[in-house]
Write a protein that binds this ligand. Structure first.
Ligand SMILES: Nc1ncnc2c1ncn2[C@@H]1O[C@H](COP(=O)(O)OP(=O)(O)OP(=O)(O)O)[C@@H](O)[C@H]1O
Ligand SMILES: [Mg+2]
Length: 262
């Protein structure tokens, strides 16, 4: 017998985590033998979780993100993700000869979306990042913030369960960054995506995340983690955000002092 209840749309993950990083180490060949960059990193990202990875410059954040993205192989340990993750960098990496809409449509094409569906879907995604009117604009006609919005729409076009972001807002001015924090929080909540977000900005990490993971330097190890239960939407200037940021900054300073960086 038919029931009146609406069908429940549920994503059945292939693995019970969006990402599972299991005892991962990474070393690169250097002038004085192999340089250990990441040392025994174990970290799970739960489905729908927003995790920020925080650490000093050169501590191995991008290296770890690239490993999760499958762009490089760990030297030891293993990484499993729920499907292929989407990636977004500081540099928007959009194709300048295409319009905003065409950049998004290309990602849809690569995903195998039928031609007739690409345009309406690209419009929906641009609407989601509040760029509905930019569909026909070329990259050079867009501001830095708008370009990152298009890059986000393009990443969302991959329909991944996990979004990997490597300092995506670092090149933006403070106000634009603040607006994009709000947008990212809204989109994360609307889509139920898992996000692994790399930054060296403590306040940004606290503003966005449910969990902040601090990496030490040389080699990168997980130094400490914080669960952030401050209700969203948060503001950078909220006293709770400021207070936790101070605590984390102290810890980060200690890490940097220990490793003789400035
Ligand atoms: N392909 C590579 N070959 C050799 N060394 C590398 C390679 N990729 C990264 N490294 C080294 O690994 C270390 C960590 O680099 P990584 O880019 O991951 O740091 P990061 O934390 O992202 O820094 P930043 O905050 O400046 O972006 C650095 O010492 C870097 O020189
Ligand atoms: Mg980096």
């Amino acid at each position: 017998m038919a029931t009146a209840s609406a069908p429940v749309k549920e994503h059945a993950p292939a693995i019970p985590h969006a990402a599972r990083i299991d005892h991962v180490s990474k070393s690169f060949p250097g002038t004085a033998g192999r340089q250990l960059v990441l040392d025994d990193i174990t970290l799970d990202v739960a489905p729908g979780e927003f995790v920020t990875l925080l650490g000093a410059s050169g501590c191995g954040k991008s290296t770890l993100l690239n490993l999760v993205a499958g762009l490089d192989e760990p030297s030891a340990g293993s990484i499993a993700t729920d499907g292929r993750p989407a990636l977004m960098f500081q540099d928007h990496a959009l194709f300048p000869w295409l319009t905003a809409g065409q950049n998004v449509e290309l990602a849809l094409k690569l995903r195998g979306v039928a031609k007739a569906e690409r345009r309406p879907e690209a419009e929906r995604l641009l609407e989601l990042v509040r760029l509905r009117d930019a569909h026909g604009k070329r990259v050079h006609e867009l501001s830095g913030g708008m370009r990152q919005r298009v890059a986000l729409a393009r990443a969302l076009a991959q329909d991944s369960r996990l979004l990997l972001m490597d300092e995506p807002f670092a090149a933006l001015d403070a106000i634009t960054r603040d607006v994009l924090h709000d947008e990212l929080t809204r989109i994360w909540r609307e889509t139920g995506l898992s996000v692994l977000f790399v930054t060296h900005n403590v306040r940004e990490a606290v503003r966005l995340a449910q969990r902040v993971v601090l990496l030490s330097s040389r080699p990168g190890r997980i130094a400490r983690q914080w669960t952030v239960d401050i209700p969203q939407p948060r503001r950078l200037e909220d006293s709770e955000v400021a207070e936790l940021s101070r605590e984390i900054t102290e810890e980060l300073r200690g890490e940097i002092r220990r490793h003789g960086q400035h």
